[in-house]
Design a protein around this ligand. Structure first.
Ligand code: PEP
Length: 249
């Protein structure tokens, strides 16, 4: 038995009313399991509703999908880490592939956002992963190392120890094509050795990319995985409750 984290990225789905209904169903279907946590990343407008519904359950936690690096000011449409925290967020996704590839986020942006999340007391979940072209060119580990250094390179061991990494190959996100447990495990090892070399021997590394009820048991059998970050298959609360209870050794 090991500690496992199941993170649900709702992306641009589920408004406040939907979030309340979702969490009610999820809580009815999922009782606390020893050494398991379920985290939810709703759209910002649903943060407060989801956080309210997760209260009194230490194993459930809510995070924000994206933040701006400034704490406040004239940034119309943006949400800062302190504002998200006020709405109930305890964690922040940083550098999700959709932020990088749809919205043009750079490694330098991820560094600033990650620093802002730490400053506001949020747990940063940094997403890293290569595109299909980068994978085919044999650059997977180089890309992941570059993304780690870009976002985390200036942090000391104490700050690094608060960061969770999600390895999410871009070609596996929302495509129905997941990395094999062995392939994911090899990249997770690389991520762990990057952190170990900087004084963090124990870190949490999740896998994300087309995880679903069919492949979850096989993925969790790979002991390099400390859990999963899931988009599409987390949108139905009953299926998500089932997934969070998937068997693992
Ligand atoms: C994600 O959004 O982080 C993700 C992994 O999406 P999906 O599970 O749909 O591939």
């Amino acid at each position: 038995m090991r500690d496992l984290l199941f993170a649900a990225n709702w992306k641009m789905n589920l408004g406040p009313d939907d979030a309340r209904a979702y969490m009610k169903t999820f809580r009815a279907r999922y009782n606390r399991h020893e050494r398991r946590e379920a985290w939810f990343f709703p759209p910002a407008v649903s943060l407060e509703a989801a956080a309210q519904a997760a209260r009194e359950r230490a194993d459930l936690l809510v995070g924000v999908q994206d933040i701006h690096w400034e704490p406040k000011g004239a940034f119309t449409g943006a949400i800062s880490a302190p504002l998200a925290a006020q709405a109930g967020a305890k964690a922040a996704l940083i550098g999700h592939s959709e932020r990088r590839h749809v919205f043009g986020e750079t490694d330098e942006d991820t560094r600033k956002k990650l620093t802002a999340a730490l400053a506001a007391g949020l747990v940063p979940m940094l997403c890293v992963g290569e595109t299909l072209a980068e994978r085919d060119a044999g650059h997977t580990l180089a890309v992941v190392n570059r993304q780690l250094s870009g976002a985390l390179g200036a942090l000391d061991g104490a700050a690094l120890a608060r960061v969770i990494i999600a390895y999410e190959p871009v070609w596996a996100i929302g495509t129905g094509r997941n990395a094999t447990p062995q392939d994911a495990g090899a990249v997770h090892k690389e991520i762990r050795s990057w952190l170990t070399a900087r004084g963090v021997p124990r870190s949490r590394v999740l896998y994300g990319g087309s995880v679903n009820l069919k492949n979850i048991a096989e993925l969790l059998a790979e002991r390099e995985l400390d859990g999963v970050l899931v988009g599409g298959a987390s949108l139905d609360p009953e299926a998500w409750a089932q997934l969070v209870q998937a068997p693992a050794t």
